[in-house]
Design a protein around this ligand. Structure first.
Ligand code: 5CA
Length: 446
């Protein structure tokens, strides 16, 4: 992409409404625009990052055996009356009437709709287990939308729903998602810790929130320090194997959000030097609630014993749009965002310090074309701005590598390669710079 043809409305001033780094940088880097309280447009740069996060989430769901589909954002109220949640859900649900005075709602979650799909088509235990997911917009009329897209009203969620014949099988499905989540967040460069959590309006007893630690997180968390750096299972794990030991290894150590926290248990179970009290951002939440929806909605299958069994369910959410902010909270400095390679909107930035200079233009065009061919998807700053403006803009938008091209370096046959994270700079021939960047990305998408 050439910057001169892109839409990147960078702001010079720090917007006063933004109190945390991710919100500030998302506004300044032209990633989002607020349209109304808690409602955001995703401008091209923000949209591109969200799409990458969505794709990693999708790949890890598919790897764990979940199957993608799509349900509508607007739902009929009747199913919610059937499950008993229409009145329970409260003011967070946006209720709408259509022209025939029928009650509709903008889905805050999809347990009812998916259970309706299941009961319409699935009859036998032979068709189980099933785990269906979609990546779709949700609306929750939050009391206090804040921190930009981190707690907003319309947001993108991946939500998966599993159906099993027994509770024992349902726990196996739960464990698959537990492991898939560890891999998903690790691929995004995050250290996410699963913690015992309150189940709120979704329900059930078995539930874990996945939190990334950040000072600006909304939740207070308490956990054993070893959980933070525990090695993840990895994407080559066999999802048909027994995953219980992996789950046990993590759930054996104390980890709870403030709603579930028990100080006495924390002190009894965790040695003083291993106790971590911190703040966290919830990026995922998984639930196993058995027959809470399948029973009232009559989602049953015939078992191998010839009897009818109510399906046992779980649901599994990832805050896809929230993750854009979460990753920035976990990875930034005073100059701007520092994208992990796996989610960066562009693989590298090319800065032309003298647009119009035949040699500089030619060198940049050559880098641009070669990096594009290699699949690095570079952003070429071909605008006629001062060097200082270009440097700070490139730092702000946080691409992992910058290639700085100017007449002075070219005289010596070199371009400057800057690593955004370490700040390290080296002069390399254009060919060597290209190879270095291609090499840096070789293991990014397992
Ligand atoms: N049906 C279940 C699982 S599919 C469910 O809705 N779970 S949830 O309520 O925990 O939401 C899943 C994830 O969506 C959360 O972990 C969080 O990352 C994200 N999320 C929830 N509310 C918001 C919000 N107001 N703004 C941005 N992201 C949100």
């Amino acid at each position: 992409m050439r910057l001169s043809r892109y839409f990147l409305p960078v702001l010079k001033e720090t917007p006063s409404e933004a109190s945390i780094a991710s919100h500030r940088y998302m506004l300044r880097a032209g990633m989002i625009k607020q349209q109304s309280a808690g409602l955001y447009s995703w401008l091209p740069l923000g949209f591109k990052v969200m799409k990458r996060i969505e794709q990693i989430t999708r790949e890890e769901q598919n790897r764990a055996g979940a199957v993608e589909m799509l349900m509508p954002t607007i739902q009929g109220a009747d199913l919610w009356r059937e499950s008993g949640r229409y009145d329970d859900y409260g003011q967070e649900m946006l209720r709408i009437k259509d022209r025939s005075d029928r009650d509709l709602l903008y889905g805050p979650t999809n347990e009812e709709v998916i259970t309706d799909i299941f009961r319409s088509f699935v009859r036998s235990y032979k068709d189980l287990p099933i785990n269906l997911y979609h990546i779709q917009w949700k609306f929750r009329d939050e009391v206090r939308p804040r921190f930009g897209i981190m707690r907003c009203r319309e947001f993108l969620m991946k939500d998966a729903y599993s159906f099993d014949i027994s509770m024992e099988e349902a726990v196996r499905s739960y464990n698959k998602m537990f492991v898939a989540y560890l891999n998903t967040f690790a691929r995004m460069g995050l250290k996410a810790v699963p913690m015992r959590a309150d189940t709120g309006p979704i329900g059930g007893d078995l539930s874990h929130e996945f939190l990334i630690l950040a000072d600006t997180g909304e939740s207070e968390v308490f956990c054993h320090k070893d959980l933070v750096d525990m090695v993840v299972p990895g994407t080559d794990i066999d999802f048909d194997s027994d995953l219980q030991p992996i789950v046990d290894q993590r759930t054996a150590l104390y980890a709870a959000t403030d709603e579930m926290h028990d100080q006495a248990a924390f002190e009894a179970q965790v040695p003083a030097d291993k106790r971590l009290s911190a703040r966290g951002i919830e990026v995922g939440h998984i639930f196993c609630f058995g027959d809470k929806y399948s029973k009232p909605l009559g989602a049953k299958v015939m078992g191998s014993d010839g009897k009818e069994h109510v399906a046992q369910m779980g649901s599994y959410g990832v805050g896809v749009s929230r993750l854009v902010g979460g990753i920035i909270e976990a990875s930034h400095d005073e100059n701007g965002i520092i994208w992990p390679k796996s989610v960066t909107p562009f693989g590298a930035g090319i800065i032309n310090l003298k647009v119009g200079d035949a040699e500089a233009d030619a060198a940049c065009e050559d880098l641009y074309s070669k990096l594009s061919t290699a699949g690095i998807d570079p952003l070429y700053d071909d605008k006629n701005d001062r060097g200082g403006v270009k440097f700070s803009r490139m730092d702000l938008i946080g691409l992992p590598y910058q290639l700085v091209v100017g007449p002075r370096g070219l005289k010596d046959g070199v371009v400057e390669v800057k690593d955004r994270k370490t700040g390290e700079k080296q002069n390399l021939s254009p060919g060597a710079a290209i190879n270095m960047i291609i090499f840096a990305y070789k293991d990014v998408n397992p």
